[in-house]
Design a protein around this ligand. Structure first.
Ligand code: O2Y
Ligand code: MN
Length: 602
């Protein structure tokens, strides 16, 4: 077979040899070298419509947009099938599944042998981060899924434009993906091929490789996202002295036109995309979005920390997104969107739970079945997604593609905590902030799993995404100040929008009103507000939080800011138990921080 190497654009032998090797292994019928053009996007979409994977939406209501319905067995990231194949189990740590690299590779080679027969192999060079940024890194994904090729086109900088910065370097991350469903001679295809019995999402951090088999969905298949931009990048970042974090990045401008950038980490289901795209309720304040999920951070020569969003698009959860919760997301989705597992309206548009106050009377649900409000299952899958270019977001930050990155003034850690944790507090310094980040948690709400009210700790929201030992990762955080001076580092804050009153209702309105908290943070970064010292950090003193126009009772405000020593002593015990997980890899500085907290609470 002839492989369409783009010889007029590149002489990269390492790349060509690697692709030729994978063609020999996977034995596709054709190879399509992705150029990243608009024509190619239309070609792929058309092909997916013909194969039944995509349904075009009503072009008058949602131009150039498509709906995919996945196999019901392939609807989310599969953490139990995700592996870190480092040399020693201890390098993966207690929070990852480990496999011995040679054994895993042998297993994968057997699975990949001929796995693309009857299919086309797509070769997708992509760049994480702005093309000419020092912090950007290049990868190449090969896949037999046109849906993945299309999604990569929306969420990464990809195609011919990447070959120039790659040059003849062999320093690209090798990403190999297959749906794991070869098509034998004359075999019928299905709309969403996959192989749920043989799923592997395997990372080889030492050789910077990712191999994924059996799933076509999201983070399992779009290898640039969680697999590269977090798991493999966290290892690269440790080795090279920067940080790959599960953080949104936003720009915040005050009424005087001064701007600061904030990065923020939250476990899932805490409204990260909503915060990144927030419309502030405070007059004159503006929030602009640099990214909604991942940040790569590095201290530069001026001693300040800069961030880039390695991604170029959004892969957001649709359910719960509405003009009330996130108008900028809704406007991002007006056209040129790939939806997955949402419901379809009779007039060929999309719908999901929470999109409108009233449920439509008739829908086709995410499985393709008739649906009415009386149906017992949701119309959209709870993990239904929208995929769209970041540039379509009306509040996209002008610097979102700036190769220099944006200077970060504050880092926020959040979680879903009905009790104990105040609305906002500031860490004393970087080490204390690292301590706070290492303890963030959400309280579980899933009645189905029978675990309501359990605290799940998720250090820096990185638990499923750190490519090495989480204790060593925390040590890496503590090493960051050695490359600068304390005054230049971002200030670190904890936030909790989810505190509840005795009646079980949320005390804080959230959404646009979170801008009031961002305002206090902004002004603290400018040295304003004395704050009130507490054993856990500095909370806003009475009158410091701008509550103008907000109908909040004094009692609610008091509870929101309350630091209950007894509750925090219980919290400290729970942190001590959580730290047991890291064994000898827990940095002594964090043990010291915990002891200091306990002393202050005594
Ligand atoms: O289920 C998936 O494959 C998507 S997971 C995801 C997608 C976008 C942003 N964040 C996440 C996440 O799990 O953190
Ligand atoms: Mn995420």
């Amino acid at each position: 077979m002839t492989i369409p190497f783009p010889l007029q654009l590149s002489q990269n032998e390492a790349l060509f040899d690697w692709v030729a090797g994978k063609v020999a292994l996977c034995r596709p019928d054709n190879v399509h070298w992705c150029d990243g053009s608009d024509e190619e996007y239309q070609f792929l979409a058309q092909k997916l419509v013909e194969s039944g994977t995509l349904a075009p939406l009503n072009s008058e209501l949602r131009p150039n947009s498509f709906l995919a319905r996945s196999d019901p067995r392939d609807v989310a990231r599969v953490e139990d099938r995700t592996f870190i194949c480092s040399k020693r189990p201890v390098d993966a740590g207690p929070t990852n599944n480990w496999r011995q690299p040679k054994a895993m590779k042998a297993q994968l080679l057997a699975l990949f042998d001929g796995c693309m027969q009857g299919r086309t192999m797509y070769v997708i060079p992509f760049c994480l981060g702005p093309l000419d940024s020092r912090i950007a890194r290049i990868g190449v994904e090969i896949t037999d899924s046109a849906y993945v090729a299309l999604s990569m086109r929306l969420t990464t900088r990809c195609g011919d434009a990447v070959l120039r910065p790659l040059g003849e370097s062999d320093g690209f991350v090798r990403c190999v993906h297959s749906l794991g469903m070869p098509l034998g001679e004359g075999a019928e295809d299905v709309p969403w091929p996959c192989n749920p019995e043989n799923r592997y999402i395997a990372h080889f951090p030492d050789s910077r490789q990712i191999w994924s088999f059996g799933s076509g969905y999201g983070g399992n298949a779009l290898l640039a996202k969680k697999c590269f931009a977090l798991r493999v990048a966290s290892v690269m970042a440790r080795d090279e002295g920067w940080m790959a974090e599960h953080m949104l990045i936003l720009g915040l401008t005050n009424p005087q036109g001064e701007k600061k950038y904030i990065a923020a980490a939250f476990p899932s289901a805490c409204g990260k995309t909503n915060l990144a795209m927030m419309t502030p309720s405070l007059p004159g304040w503006k929030v602009e979005c640099v990214g909604d999920d991942i940040a790569w951070l590095r201290v530069k020569a001026d001693g300040r920390m800069y961030a880039v969003n390695p991604e170029f698009g959004f892969f957001g959860v649709a359910p719960g997104t509405s003009y009330a919760t996130n108008p900028n997301a809704m406007d991002t989705l007006k056209r040129d969107v790939l939806f997955t597992n949402v419901a379809q309206t009779p007039d060929g548009d999309v719908w999901w739970e929470g999109m409108t106050r009233e449920k439509p009377p008739h829908l086709t649900d995410w499985r393709g079945e008739e649906w009415t409000p009386e149906s017992e299952t949701p119309a959209a899958h709870p993990n239904a997604r929208f995929t769209a270019r970041a540039s379509q977001c009306p509040s996209i930050d002008p610097a979102y593609d700036d190769p220099r990155g944006v200077p970060i003034s504050a880092i926020l850690f959040g979680g879903r905590r009905p009790g104990t944790v105040p609305l906002v507090f500031e860490a004393r310094d970087w080490a204390h902030g690292t301590f706070i980040g290492s303890t963030i948690a959400s309280e579980t709400t899933a009645a189905a799993s029978g675990q309501v009210g359990q605290i799940r700790r998720d250090p820096m929201a990185m638990l499923p995404f750190c490519g090495y030992h989480m204790g060593d990762y925390l040590a890496h955080w503590l090493d960051i100040p050695s490359s600068t001076t304390p005054d230049k580092l971002p200030k670190i804050f904890a936030v909790n929008w989810f505190r509840k009153g005795e009646d079980g209702k949320f005390l804080w309105p959230g959404f646009g009103d979170n801008a009031r908290v961002l305002k206090w943070i902004f002004e603290r970064c400018d040295g304003q507000h004395a704050g009130r010292e507490t054993p856990i950090g500095t909370v806003p003193a009475h009158g410091e939080l701008d509550l103008s126009g907000l109908n909040l009772s004094d009692g609610a405000l008091e509870t929101l800011m309350e630091v209950d020593s007894e509750a925090w002593r219980i919290e400290a015990t729970s942190i001590r138990e959580h730290y047991v997980l890291f064994g000898e890899h827990l940095p002594f500085e964090l043990r010291d921080e915990l002891e200091e907290l306990e002393k202050r609470l005594a």
